[in-house]
Ligand binder design. Structure first.
Ligand code: ADP
Ligand code: ZN
Ligand code: ZN
Length: 805
């Protein structure tokens, strides 16, 4: 619902209601449903109508700050949605109690009932009988209407949890650790042990023990079992009682040993890094771009900048495009800032997120000063924000597409920083065209780092002409001779390889060799993707899935052929070509479960994987020491994506994934397979020439009236019935054209014209960048509201996407 709503404060709560705190309200005319709501304003202007009373007060202390709510309101206005849309994604579920919320006993609850009050006890008893219950039902069962304040207390003390959290419950992770058995503590005992094993010529066991000694700092610490080579030497040492195994539970919010912290002062910046740091700290602009090639050491510069802000007692927000990247960075930041680092992202459980929320807002003990997270971290209740770093600022994951608010976290962070008078540093090796334009035109500051840290050269990029390779019969599977050769030599040298393919699944579709039909999704206008691992054909838009048919559903031919290749296929082919190599795959399918992506990354980092195959997930800012080869299996597929940004994106993805090679040594190699070796983007990637790419792109943007010269607003209409949709789209287009002549494109079907059984049509509006468009947005929303009043069109749903890219 748009807007805010007015309620009366009952006498008993006079003076107890605060802006930003939660209260319980009843919403809707007839319904008895209760919700928790945020107080936005307290005033004395009695409305014309009779308004309802607040049912109860949940907090005395606000959970949201004034500035935070102003930021949300800016988002709602700019991105054409309601403040409620923003609040729904901004607040952790743990803070959004409603009478429909389902509750259960917290899995970590000790069972200690002694501290519970009478009603609390009744609630716990009900939940232990029924396991999950809605708040309304509990309220009815114990005959207490104002139950939310009681439940709130139970949630805060982690006696009960909300069901949403249960669904993605954080199972405690057990990890096996190995340590030396009792009696081997002394140097003498250890020496005798080695002598004895050597005497018996147990070479393998000695080797393993050496490795253990190194990792354990000479027996002082336990070592995760998975970090040691698995096999009989390890088994034997355990069996003989030399090493012992124990299971430890890895905690969810780890505590960091404050005595082990390093001071950021120990980081020695090189000349380029120092120059960038000096420039950024004397900041001529509130927003600056740090344009540094891959592995130039941007993170080290960030750490220095954060250090400065932390010393001043303020907070720093570090944004990353994807949580998959946080694992490495958490460790790098915790090494310096320890307990001051808070991590926030959507894969955390509700209680974890609530805790981070509270510690961001805190001002005293336990306060977080360094917040690390993906785009939703911009919604946190900062108490004193001084710096925002947006790493890999070009990354498309910063944009939220669905649901509303359809916001861009980089842009929203810049506005947030403005409110705080905080500095913004946007970092990238391949900046977005918009950001670079702003840096070139002097709107943003610009610091450049051209060298890799340590003086290593950028990897050599080789282009393989696949037409030529096929002609000369040198293609095996989907791999050129050059790529196989590069991977083969890397493996021989004990190095690792990354292979990038931007499609998941085994083959992109099945096609009948006789009638050429391709199985399609019944809900969406796309063909189904073949997943061999599950033996199914699946829709990547709605999840619809069928078993692989034995024959063509149309002509019953059994000649079905696979067309196109995905990551699964590449993984399988590689395993056949390199039977001794450990091959793993990282894509949406292989990382669906919690921690899977963390485990994959950790396995790769600790060299338990030799070749990692993946989608764009593997292209992002990861820092692995031993990767010497990167292969781009099909560059054409990346370049030919239909969007005004496709060349920019292709350059970014290819340059970024290339940047994973040879970060800590010479001789990094990148192999790009293509049928178009002279394509401009490929030439730019080979030359590592961002400027050339930018010059070309900015021309096109000007000529074809795209960002940064123009702003786009995309309006998507959806309906089950294509005819109703047509009528609605035409009506809306006519209205918009009358008001905004020459600015409306469409209506047209998008690339995928039907999703989840709904037909889609898109209208796009274009405005010059310099034009204020706040009024235009209001008019557009009004036209949208009017559409709903047209006979027969009220069920057409509309969504607005401002800056839809
Ligand atoms: P980028 O983010 O620019 O791709 P990183 O910050 O990951 O690069 O740096 C690449 C590698 O170089 C990292 O392993 C990092 O620890 C190391 N490095 C960079 N700068 C320094 C420095 N000043 N001192 C020590 N190591 C550094
Ligand atoms: Zn057929
Ligand atoms: Zn579908």
């Amino acid at each position: 619902m748009p807007g805010t709503f007015t309620y009366r404060v009952p006498q008993e709560y006079n003076g107890a209601v605060n802006v930003g705190a939660r209260v319980v309200v009843q919403f809707g005319a007839k319904s008895a449903k209760l919700y928790s709501a945020l107080v936005r304003r307290i005033h004395q202007e009695a409305p014309q109508w009779k308004c309802k009373y607040i049912v109860a007060v949940l907090d005395i202390e606000p959970v949201a700050t004034e500035r935070q709510m102003e930021h949300w309101e800016w988002l709602a206005r700019y991105y054409m949605c309601t403040p409620g849309d923003v609040m729904a994604v901004a607040m952790p579920a743990g803070l959004k109690l409603a009478s429909e919320s389902a509750l259960a006993i917290h899995p970590d609850f000790s069972g200690d009932l002694s501290s519970l009050s009478k009603y609390e006890l009744q609630i716990v008893q009900l939940l232990s009988d029924y396991s999950v219950m809605r708040l309304v039902d509990i309220s009815r069962a114990i005959g207490v209407q104002k139950i939310m304040p009681i439940v709130r207390g139970l949630i805060e003390r982690q006696v009960v949890v909300m069901d949403e959290e249960l669904r993605n419950r954080y199972a405690p992770r057990k990890v096996a650790y190995v340590s030396l058995a009792e009696g081997y503590e002394s140097d003498k005992a250890q020496r005798e042990l080695f002598d004895a094993l050597e005497g018996k010529r147990r070479v393998k066991q000695v080797e393993l023990l050496m490795q253990y000694m190194q990792l354990s700092h000479f027996g002082r610490e336990a070592v995760p079992k998975r970090d040691l080579p698995q096999g009989s030497p390890l088994q034997t040492l355990i069996k003989n009682g030399v090493l012992v195994v124990e299971e430890r539970i890895e905690s969810r919010l780890e505590h960091y040993d404050q005595s082990q912290l390093l001071s950021p002062d120990t980081i020695q910046l090189n000349a380029e890094q120092q120059a960038a740091y000096d420039y950024l700290t004397s900041a001529p602009h509130p927003v600056s771009l740090l344009h540094g090639v891959t592995s130039s050491g941007k993170t080290e510069v960030y750490i220095k900048l954060i250090h400065k802000v932390v010393q001043e007692g303020r907070q720093a927000l570090f944004l990353l495009p994807e949580i998959a990247l946080t694992a490495q960075l958490i460790n790098r930041l915790r090494r310096y800032f320890g307990d001051k680092v808070g991590v926030y992202h959507s894969r955390f459980s509700a209680s974890q997120r609530t805790e981070v929320w509270q510690r961001t807002k805190a001002t005293g003990e336990g306060r977080y000063q360094v917040l690390l997270g993906a785009r939703s971290a911009t919604f946190l209740p900062f108490s004193d924000l001084g710096l925002i770093i947006v790493d890999e600022e070009h990354d498309p994951s910063y944009k939220q597409y669905d649901p509303a608010p359809r916001y861009h976290a980089r842009d929203s962070a810049i506005v947030l920083a403005q409110m705080w008078g905080a500095q913004v540093v946007l970092g990238s090796a391949t900046p977005s065209v918009e950001t670079y334009y702003n840096a070139q035109s002097g709107k943003y500051g610009l610091a450049v780092m051209r060298q890799r840290y340590g003086g290593f050269s950028l990897p050599r990029v080789e282009v393989v002409d696949m037409k030529e390779e096929h002609r000369s019969g040198r293609v095996k599977g989907h791999f050129s001779h050059a790529l196989l050769d590069a991977v083969g030599s890397a493996l021989k040298a004990g190095k690792q390889a990354i292979l990038f393919q931007n499609r998941r699944g085994f083959s992109l579709r099945l096609e009948c060799d006789d009638c050429h039909q391709v199985p399609q999704c019944i809900h969406c206008d796309v063909s189904l993707v073949y997943h061999k691992a599950t033996g199914s054909l699946r829709c990547h838009y709605c999840g619809y899935s069928i078993p692989v048919p034995a024959e063509c559903p149309h002509c019953h031919s059994t000649h079905l052929k696979m067309v196109g290749i995905g990551t699964e296929r590449i993984e399988e082919d590689l395993q056949i070509l390199f039977p001794d190599a450990r091959v793993a795959r990282m894509d949406l399918d292989s990382t669906l479960q919690k921690n899977q992506y963390l485990e994959l990354l950790s396995d790769f980092e600790h060299r338990r994987i030799d070749i990692l195959v993946g989608t764009q997930m593997v292209t992002k800012g990861l820092d692995f020491e031993h990767v010497s080869v990167v292969g781009i299996v099909n560059a054409d597929n990346i370049i030919n994506y239909p969007s005004f940004r496709s060349f920019e994106r292709a350059f970014q993805q290819m340059t970024q994934v290339s940047g994973r090679a040879g970060r800590h040594g010479e001789g990094g190699r990148v192999i790009i397979q293509t049928y178009n070796p002279h394509h401009q983007v490929i030439v730019n990637v080979v030359d590592n020439d961002y400027q050339a790419l930018y010059d070309e792109q900015i021309q096109e943007r000007r000529v074809f009236r795209y960002p940064p010269y123009h702003r786009l607003i995309e309006i998507t209409l959806k309906h089950r019935d294509a005819e109703v949709l047509d009528e609605a789209a035409d009506w809306m287009a006519a209205q918009l054209r009358a008001t905004f002549p020459g600015r409306v494109m469409g209506p047209e079907y998008p690339l995928v014209s039907r999703v989840r059984a709904l037909y889609l049509k898109v209208l796009t509006l274009r405005f010059e960048r310099t034009e204020p468009i706040a009024d235009a947005k209001r008019v557009i929303l009004q036209i949208g509201d009017d559409l709903a009043k047209q006979e027969g069109l009220s069920a057409v749903s509309i969504h607005y996407d401002v800056d839809p890219y």
